[in-house]
Design a protein around this ligand. Structure first.
Ligand code: SRM
Ligand code: SF4
Length: 572
């Protein structure tokens, strides 16, 4: 169903397109290469396919130079990402992930910015066992990475539990219904036999087709007033509209994304734009048709320009909307009014509906680990053993111990106390509002530290905050080790993007509610320079801000950053 006026860019297909085409619906030679014991790694082509199975081959970059000197192959290991729509896991699933990370991983779990678990450090020979045990716990890793629809995020705000429950069901349905149909995953990892005569035609993938999408595709659902999922950063965002306590439908926003490349202005973070409203029962239809537009018109030649945001910018928002309505066979309604307050989490105990309690805790950098003086991982394990509700991984890399009954609350509170688990109050508001991507040592694309460094930088920024009476001031601060934006740096009121070891570009001016991107303030700063800039800016904020004025708004009003015309263009 290709429109004659709209066109996909011309040009030879990228290498990944050819790999997908030859892969026999994502099988490639993965089954065979995973059995090969000569190398702990796998060939590049298979690694490209591996992503569609929820995993990346990585190497421990802390050991890279030493191993090179010793003429050893890199310390290969795999990262594994779970598909867990809405970030909801049962206590039993938590315990399985914990156990697997001890058995096969690096004894930590990473709670990601898209509300799911990542394990690091899995050796090739343990991959199949790990994936099988994850599946036995009724989770999977299908489509957690790759050129398909990824983990669908949804609001984890416990204040509105009935709506949360409903919106969560929609995120789950979208995630399940938009899965690839190929049985490759089941054959490679779960020993399913290939059924003789499986049609190797497009029938196998009725929505995606044999080439899948030109690039990854992301969906998130927000429930105002919380924009915790950063709905405008998604390829396709849905904003739940609630009237008189009832979910009446969703505003539809298209074309968001965070990634860019340093020095390449043809790449940029972009906020999505709201194009209309649909009813809950129309949600899947809208998602499917938007995805097929990207399938048909996305750039399959240049991967750097292949995300849906570039397709929307190239074709024009109105044309994409018209094409969507043509494919739907009906028109979207006018978008409804909504209002966001913030894109962070709200910490501590909250009573929800049906007498259930929810405890939101701060997990620095999303890393669940036993520190020498803070047994976070053990504490959460002990809670999982007695908890009868659920865990909700938030889009800010935090954790909600959800749906705690009144009977269990005392026991869980005691465990929280015993292990000193953080309800956020122990930390400054700045730290509670921080996010950092994984970066070194596992991320192959990192140019600088992020998760391991941001906490130390915040120690020093906190001194400046304290001197200026700003300890309780929530300012969102986000750091990524490269411009790909995995911690949605462009939506942090203070943002840092790694450029080189110890050097960061500094960004300011994003909106506290995630509705405006930041802009570059200074380039290539080391720690002393960052602190020196903040020693000027933060005291001014303390003295000159208006009542209730957020930091991101202040730096624009004070003329430190120029607001962009429509608040969206990162490079302008
Ligand atoms: Fe990401 C690639 C980690 C959320 C944009 N991301 C990667 C890889 C897989 C590196 C690679 O390709 O070799 C990183 C693995 C590091 C490691 O060692 O674990 C990685 N991304 C992460 C996570 C774990 C960061 C975190 O600390 O939580 C997040 C996992 C999310 C999940 O559960 O699915 C993560 N990545 C994001 C987000 C945020 C979001 O989706 O809300 C973004 C920006 C939004 C967007 O997509 O526009 C993001 N990741 C990227 C990009 C840039 C894509 C682009 O448009 O150019 C890459 C690189 C790529 O795809 O080529 C990337
Ligand atoms: Fe790696 Fe860059 Fe993503 Fe950080 S932002 S995890 S460094 S790809």
């Amino acid at each position: 169903m290709v429109n004659n006026i709209l066109k996909a860019p011309e040009g030879p297909p990228s290498d990944v397109e050819e790999i997908k085409e030859k892969s026999d619906y994502l099988r490639g030679t993965l089954k065979e290469v995973m059995l090969d014991r000569i190398s702990a790694g796998i060939p590049d082509d298979d690694n490209r396919l591996m992503k569609h199975h929820g995993s990346y081959l990585q190497d421990d970059r802390d050991l890279r130079n030493e191993r090179q000197k010793q003429k050893l192959e890199p310390a290969y290991q795999f990262m594994l990402r779970v598909r867990m729509p809405g970030g909801v896991s049962t206590p039993a699933q938590w315990l399985v992930m914990d156990e697997l990370s001890q058995k096969y991983g690096n004894h930590t779990l990473k709670l990601t910015t898209r509300e799911t678990f990542q394990m690091h450090g899995i050796l090739k020979w343990n991959m199949k066992k790990t994936i099988q045990e994850i599946n036995a716990a009724l989770l999977d890793t299908i489509a957690a990475c790759g050129d398909v629809n990824r983990n669908v995020m949804c609001a984890s705000n416990p204040y509105q539990s009935e709506i949360h429950a409903e919106v969560y069901e929609w995120s789950k349905k979208l995630s399940d219904d938009l899965l690839p149909r190929t049985r490759a995953y089941h054959e490679i990892w779960l020993d399913e036999e290939r059924v003789a005569g499986t049609p190797e035609t497009e029938e196998t993938e009725p929505m995606y087709g044999p080439l899948y999408l030109p690039r990854k595709f992301k969906i998130g659902i927000a429930v105002p007033p919380s924009n915790d999922v950063d709905v405008f950063s998604q390829d396709l965002g849905f904003i739940a509209i609630v009237e008189e306590g009832k979910l009446i439908g969703f505003n539809v926003a298209i074309g968001g994304g965070m990634g860019m490349t340093h020095g390449d202005t043809a790449t940029y973070p972009q906020l999505s734009k709201v194009i209309g409203f649909c009813k809950p029962e129309q949600l899947y239809d809208v998602a499917e048709k938007v995805i097929t537009i990207q399938r048909d018109y996305g750039n399959r030649s240049v991967r750097k320009n292949a995300r849906f945001k570039y397709t929307v910018d190239r074709l024009g928002l109105e044309n994409v909307k018209t094409e969507l309505e043509n494919r739907l066979g009906w028109r979207l309604d006018e978008a409804k009014a909504y209002h966001f307050d913030h894109n962070g989490d709200r910490y501590g105990w909250v009573k929800g509906v049906k007498g259930k309690w929810h405890f939101t805790m701060f997990i620095e950098g999303g890393r669940v680990i036993d520190y020498e003086d803070y047994k976070l991982m053990t504490g959460l394990r002990e809670i999982a053993k007695v908890h009868t509700g659920d865990f909700r991984l938030t889009s800010n890399q935090n954790l909600i111990i959800g749906n705690v009954t009144s009977q269990k609350k005392k026991q869980i509170s005691e465990l929280i106390e015993q292990y000193g688990l953080s309800d956020g109050r122990q930390h400054s508001a700045l730290r509670r509002s921080s996010m950092a991507c994984v970066a070194l040592p596992t991320c192959g694309l990192a140019m600088a530290e992020a998760e391991r460094y941001l906490p130390k930088l915040i120690d020093k920024i906190e001194e400046i905050m304290d001197e200026n009476g700003l300890r309780d001031e929530e300012i969102t601060i986000r750091m990524t080790g490269c411009p790909n934006g995995c911690a949605r740096h462009a939506l942090g009121e203070i943002g840092f993007i790694g450029k080189a070891p110890g050097k960061y570009n500094m960004y300011l001016g994003a909106a506290f509610d995630g509705s405006r991107l930041s802009k570059m303030y200074r380039e290539n700063l080391g720690e002393e320079e960052i602190l020196s800039e903040l020693r000027t800016i933060l005291p001014r904020y303390a003295k000159e801000r208006e009542e209730g004025e957020h930091f991101g708004d202040f730096v624009i009003r004070a003329g430190m950053i120029k607001a962009t015309t429509d608040g969206t263009n990162f490079h302008e």
